[in-house]
Design a protein around this ligand. Structure first.
Ligand code: S3P
Length: 175
């Protein structure tokens, strides 16, 4: 039975890489944010706006406990998932957790290009975004680094990035 869980900051590429890894390994793919949205019939941004972050984190925890029971899956979590409750310890017990580590400059570039609505970044100017990423990443690193595995994806920004990342993940996970 395989259960691979990807964590890392917003914009690190968890969803893209997770989907590609699942396809390569013939596993089911779950994105935790999408799972939350389909179970609650609401966008993540809408949950934040209507109920606030604390309520979102509670829902996120509950949904994590659902998906992390599924077998033969790759799961991409939200950037904040490992940083609340005992989520990271739970994930480590449930599967192979990989931290996709990425330099703040690259995260920023991805986030500025991205189309996903991210409530935590709403209304920030590009300058404020830089400071916010650096500070929040620093606060979150102690949680991220509790993952059993780590892969730096910073230096792989080329057209073949996804394929290379998947190969490296297979190496790390000995698959
Ligand atoms: C969040 C990251 C988002 C989403 C929510 C909060 C965070 O997921 O769960 O907006 O706290 O970092 P992505 O990392 O997929 O953007």
């Amino acid at each position: 039975m395989k259960r691979i869980i990807l964590i890392g900051y917003m914009g690190a590429g968890k969803t893209t890489v997770g989907r590609a890894l699942a396809r390569e390994l013939g596993l089911q793919f779950y994105d935790l944010d999408w799972y939350i949205e389909s179970r609650r019939h609401k966008k993540v941004a809408q949950i934040f706006a209507e109920s606030g972050e604390d309520a979102f984190r509670q829902i996120e925890r509950n949904m994590l406990h659902e998906v992390a029971e599924f077998e033969d899956v790759v799961i991409s979590c939200g950037g904040g998932t490992p940083c609340f409750f005992d989520n990271i310890d739970y994930m480590n017990r449930q599967g192979d957790v990989v931290y996709l580590k990425c330099h703040p400059d690259v995260l920023r570039a991805h986030l500025l290009m991205g189309r996903t609505e991210r409530p935590l970044l709403k209304g920030k100017t590009p300058e404020q975004l830089t400071d916010f990423i650096v500070e929040q990443l620093q606060a979150r690193e102690p949680f991220y680094t509790k993952a059993q595995h780590k892969l730096d994806v910073t230096l792989m920004d080329n057209y073949d990035k996804i394929r290379i990342t998947v190969e490296r993940l297979k190496g790390i996970l000995q698959l």
